[in-house]
Design a protein around this ligand. Sequence first.
Ligand SMILES: O=c1ccn([C@@H]2O[C@H](COP(=O)(O)OP(=O)(O)O[C@H]3O[C@H](CO)[C@@H](O)[C@H](O)[C@H]3O)[C@@H](O)[C@H]2O)c(=O)[nH]1
Ligand SMILES: [Mn+2]
Length: 812
Amino acid sequence: MMPPTPDNQPSMGSQGDGNDGSKADKRVSVMKSVNNKSMLLRTQTGDFDHNRWLFELKAKYGIGSAFWQDDDDQYGTNGGVTMSDFMDKPWKPLTRKTPIKSSILSPYRFLILVRLVIMFFFLGWRWRNLNPDAMWLWGISCVCESWFAFSWLLDNLPKLKPINRSTHLVTLHEKFEQVSPSNPTGQSDLSGVDLFVSTVDPDKEPPLVTANTILSIMVANYPVEKLSASISDYGGVILTFEAMAEAIRFAKDRRWIKREYDEFKVRINGLPETILKRCDIHNKREIVKEKALPKRRTAGRCHWIFKSIREKRPGFDHNKKAEAMNGMVRASIILSNGPFILNLDCDHYFYNSMAIKEGICFMMDRGGDRICYIQFQQLVGVIGTRCMFRRYAPYGFHPSRANEYTGVFGQNNSPADNIQTKPAPVDDEFQPLNVHPDLDVPKRFGESMLFTESIPVAEYQGRPLADHISVKNGRPPGALLTPRQPLDAPTVTEAVAVISCWYENTDWGGKIGWIYGSVTEDVVTGYRMHNGGWRSVYCVTKRDAFRGTAPINLTDRLHQVLRWATGSVDFFFSRNNPLFATRRLKFLQRIAYLNVGFYPFTSILLVIYCFLPALSLFSDQFIVQGLNIAFLMYLLVITLNFCCISILEVRWSGISLEEFWRNKQFWVIGGSSAHLVAVLQGLLKVFTGIEISFTLTSKSAGEDEDDVYAELYLVKWTSLFIVPLTIIIVTLLAIVIGVSRTIYSVIPQWTQLFGDLFFAFWVLCHMYRFVKGLMGRRVLGSEYNRKYTHERMTCYSSQLVHYIYKRRLSSH
Ligand SMILES: O=c1ccn([C@@H]2O[C@H](COP(=O)(O)OP(=O)(O)O[C@H]3O[C@H](CO)[C@@H](O)[C@H](O)[C@H]3O)[C@@H](O)[C@H]2O)c(=O)[nH]1
Ligand SMILES: [Mn+2]
């Protein structure tokens, strides 16, 4: 249902309902004309057409009912924040910045400053005191140390100004869900939220994991008629499709939930078997058919090509998750057009039923019109999942107002000029707040009229609530009371049509939506929005908003880090390099993004530096001429300072010392392997155009604690180990030779050669056994993918499973 007429004068209160009908009519008529044109309805080959089937059968997608978990209680106290914290403003705020205790922040800032000063003097001392005996060692080490200092600075500057925020959910309830003059029936006035879940390869992302994520959405404490969920099955795998269908069937009945869940688990885990059997029968039949009709083969092959363009296979080169996200954005424009989008990886699930409302608090509060996304806490450190976007922002529009920061440190700020070079479309009563300079509808968004019409609607419905004069760009209370209507078949058909890869020829992925060309689409997409002047919020809730899985064994983790680092290198070499950022980017943001693009390059110097101990032992020289008192004092002071900062960080973050230490270890391991490979790959791509593909991070389907940690010490051989292993071997050899030299200085010379060789042989033998042990566990590619290829081709268009929770809230 299209929204009531937006009224740009917040003070005029609600008059929204008048144009309802006409708007809905308009939409239906647009729908008809679009459907007639829809190229997907015409099948040239006469094969089964999934879209037509959907259309003609008026098929309904799975309908679930949500189990409502009422856990408002835990929010009574709201993390030590009391009602009075929110009362000191003339308007009733929904969110609040809470200062970080200066007893934590001040010592931290002080120690960082001390470290900066020490490093400055230390490096000065290092550069002034050469080592004439070994200038090469001295020079290399000085260059490396200076670089490390620089990268440390990039890493730490953005951490100096942390902000804590809290929300007030009671106020949200009062403003949006209670009876008032503008809301006589007390229906929900909240904006719609579309949830996206992406999965691609059921081999690495067990369908049960994805199914659980889908089911977890049911705990969300948000009006059901305002929620809409989409699953993107980027692999187009029948297994995923059927597993999701199971999940939706399961969702229907909340009684017997525990017992049913066990049966459901058995059904999903049994699916691969069933499908394989069916697949074999199908394949055999196909082969028989093909033999009988040799003439049809050409047609068959053409068809295959057509399909394979859309078809996505695991590891096949394409635009990865960004493309899946854009597909869902387009489809959801037609299906629900929720002004907010929350996306989850298939292995990240709701852990807090109030999560959506927490995010909405920020979006609906004064100043919310400038926020492009709310990132919920994510300990693994990557953004891009558990993130609530304002739909309008990734479309490439500028925020309604933004600041520009000038001066070396961006210290002067002034309001940015509104970018509105093109006249806004005439006939429309909805107008985007700010028209993008190169907005060129329809080429930009593709042909569907519904798209272009949906933009101002989403923009309007996502505006903060204008219940006080100080709220800029708001919408009046009571404007969103009418719930959306259930989907009909033509709408679903149109939605299936817009996920077509045809849209990849438009600006999707270039200027609109999730940006292509990087394996870490999240960084680029976020950067582009920040660069346009949008703001974002990192939201830490008392109870984790979401939880998810992360690789725990070294190999998987290294591959994940490799992908992130590759993304960073791509980012660095792209036109999105923050060195060319606009003035709308804040100084610290600029530094943070620079760091994102820069950190993998540190690996080159890190690897060189790791070889220095061995080189020193081999050459009997050192990076300084002698161990004089100044050098030792510097080392001592730097170490002490490091310890103090570490203690603060450990206390602040609440992790254990061991975890902290592992993190530091991993920095060296990752830095000398994955980051280095990423830099090499990045350079390869820049100079030769050869690209690597998105290797999925494996997800454990483990159900109890033991299962979950079963893989902790699993080491699968990967070529990423080569560099760190070489460092270890060379260093060990150097130590052995160093030690033997000392021994030989007291025994006859002729034994020296013999002894050296013997020790070297001994060490190499052990190394060989170690490496072989690792290789023994190598995991070979699975049969599974190959067998599935056929089914995957035939079910490509069932990629979209869309369902809505129809059950309305009976009580709240
Ligand atoms: O071609 C692809 C590849 C991946 N995915 C999905 O993308 C998500 C993330 O993939 P995963 O292998 O779990 O990567 P991670 O490194 O764990 O993901 C982190 O890093 C990514 C950027 O590299 C972000 O996109 C993710 O949100 C963030 O959780 C999963 O749901 C996948 O199903 C697709 O839809 N299509
Ligand atoms: Mn993941």
